[in-house]
Design a binder for this molecule. Structure first.
Ligand SMILES: *[C@@H]1O[C@H](CO)[C@@H](O)[C@H](O)[C@H]1NC(C)=O
Ligand SMILES: *[C@@H]1O[C@H](CO)[C@@H](O)[C@H](O)[C@H]1NC(C)=O
Ligand SMILES: *[C@@H]1O[C@H](CO)[C@@H](O)[C@H](O)[C@H]1NC(C)=O
Ligand SMILES: *[C@@H]1O[C@H](CO)[C@@H](O)[C@H](O)[C@H]1NC(C)=O
Ligand SMILES: *[C@@H]1O[C@H](CO)[C@@H](O)[C@H](O)[C@H]1NC(C)=O
Ligand SMILES: *[C@@H]1O[C@H](CO)[C@@H](O)[C@H](O)[C@H]1NC(C)=O
Length: 442
């Protein structure tokens, strides 16, 4: 454990230095059952692959009582006073949530915990409080002004979609979008906020790199080739058209795959083939981010693009693996002091952050902005925020617990509070206003 701390403390990057404190309190709560990450990948694929996105989504038009940030609230952290917003704790927020399950927005049934009778509601009544400053309430109008004329894309898996749905619901107090999708595949849904000429796009790409299924069973998730040095066209072809990217990846890397580089097999993950190098889970994960980042760096025209890496989202199964009766029954966040970080979460997180630090440096030289949406720590503290048994398709007999995705409304809304804060810091370049010195720091 000491070495992890040292590893963290060793980082010189300003963004990163601040990590060190919370991880000092790596007290492993033993009640948390240690599950094998690769098993979890099956749940992810279960949840994603069977997903029938043509199922009618919750678009009911009942009015709710959304919480509005007053429009003259100004974001409180100035560039003079730097503060790591990702370091903090959850505090009670009796006014929450920002929206309800009846807000006119898309809440995927699988994350619509109230609809399926989740008995407690306190999980919606917490806000993230950075230790050294305030995170302002989400202000939908302010957000929309910042992104006027832009396209923002969520690249990743169903957790990227989870954040996208949260954003659409948060914005619903100011505007509702029209569906301008160019395909019926809702994993590639596009929403246009006409009044703001602002587009939100989902670009489904759970591995970020090119994949190919092989073998007799067709799309059997276990017969997977990953081309670790080739970006997935699903998002890479859109790079010219998108201004703000939020990229992420998660449990999909836990499943078996054969890895290719320069068209040749270079190894495999969880495979039993002899004569092939065995990758650790982190290897594929690292290469996928590296390849994704290189894709951005090789763009001809950066056009003020902003690339956010949204860090690893932890799962919280207790008392069993996901397929052995494990579930997430807690109804309160952990306090920072109780924070637990399982080794595989830390490893994946560190892998992302390493790659990010490299590309951020490169980007700075070339004028391409990479930013860290560092959500992992906050979410490790939220074992109470998952659907558990209260999120599924209407007719589905839900026996498995979902301790991977996040209820809406729920703690995932905080990701968008962070996003607003960070976009605010980027305002001069985003909106084309003249840059002041220091304003680009975050
Ligand atoms: C998806 O949902 C539609 C509409 O409810 C239904 O017709 C279709 O059979 C479903 N497909 C799958 C694969 O479940
Ligand atoms: C909004 O601004 C006005 C005028 O500056 C001020 O009096 C009022 O307290 C502000 N409201 C909030 C909620 O900050
Ligand atoms: C919202 O939640 C309530 C329970 O709190 C439930 O009865 C209702 O069906 C839900 N509405 C929608 C549209 O999901
Ligand atoms: C809307 O934004 C796009 C870029 O995202 C731009 O090409 C287009 O001209 C804009 N349309 C209007 C009406 O401003
Ligand atoms: C590679 O990993 C697989 C599955 O984890 C294991 O069965 C195999 O023995 C490993 N091979 C080597 C050479 O370590
Ligand atoms: C749902 O699944 C459980 C466990 O497999 C089973 O006991 C129960 O009868 C099922 N319920 C329905 C309505 O099918």
């Amino acid at each position: 454990m000491k070495s992890k701390v040292e590893l963290l403390a060793g980082g010189k990057d300003i963004l990163f230095k601040s990590l060190f404190f919370p991880i000092l309190v790596l007290i492993l709560i033993t009640s948390l059952y240690f599950y094998l990450p690769h098993n979890l990948s099956s749940l992810m694929s279960d949840l994603d692959m069977r997903s029938n996105d043509s199922v009618p989504l919750n678009m009911k038009s009942t009015t709710a009582t959304p919480l509005h940030a007053s429009s003259n609230d100004s974001l409180s952290v100035s560039s003079e006073h730097k503060c790591n917003i990702f370091q903090g704790d959850w505090i009670p927020f009796p006014e929450g949530p920002y929206y309800t399950n009846e807000t006119i927005c898309v809440i995927d049934d699988r994350q619509n915990c109230m609809k399926f009778g989740r008995p407690d509601s306190n999980f919606m009544k917490w806000r993230w409080k950075p230790s050294e400053c305030e995170l302002t309430l989400f202000d939908a109008k302010r957000f929309l002004e910042l992104v006027r004329g832009k396209t923002l894309a969520f690249v990743g898996d169903s957790l990227a979609r989870n954040q996208m749905q949260s954003l659409v619901c948060l914005l619903a107090s100011a505007a509702n979008p029209v569906d301008v999708s160019t395909t019926t595949d809702t994993r590639f849904r596009r929403w246009l906020y006409t009044e703001y000429n602002f587009t939100i796009a989902a670009l489904w790409s759970p591995h970020l790199v090119r994949t190919q299924y092989y073998g007799p069973e067709g799309n059997n998730a276990n017969n997977l080739k990953l081309y670790l040095d080739e970006a997935d066209e699903a998002w890479a072809e859109q790079t010219e058209n998108v201004d703000i990217f939020i990229i992420s990846a998660s449990q999909w890397f836990f499943r078996p795959f054969i890895g290719y580089e320069r068209g040749q097999i270079v190894g495999c993950h969880m495979c039993s083939e002899r004569n092939i190098r065995n990758f650790s889970t982190c290897y594929g994960y690292r290469m996928a981010f590296r390849t994704a980042f290189k894709t951005f760096l090789s763009l001809k025209n950066y056009n003020n693009k902003l690339v956010f890496l949204r860090t690893f989202s932890p799962a919280h199964f207790e008392n069993g693996d996901w397929d052995k009766g494990g579930s997430c029954e807690r109804t309160k966040p952990f306090k920072k002091q109780e924070m637990q970080l399982e080794k595989y979460i830390l490893d994946l997180y560190m892998t992302q952050v390493d790659e990010f630090k490299e590309v951020k440096k490169e980007g700075e030289k070339k004028g391409l902005r990479f930013r860290l949406l560092d959500t992992t720590r906050a979410m490790v503290l939220r074992p109470d925020g998952h659907p558990n048994h209260y999120g599924h398709w209407p007719q589905e007999n839900k026996t498995l617990a979902d301790c991977v995705h996040w209820c809406l409304p729920g703690p995932v809304d905080t990701w968008n509070e962070f996003l607003l804060h960070m976009l605010h810091m980027e305002e001069p370049t985003l909106t084309g206003k003249k840059l002041k010195k220091n304003d680009r720091e975050n």
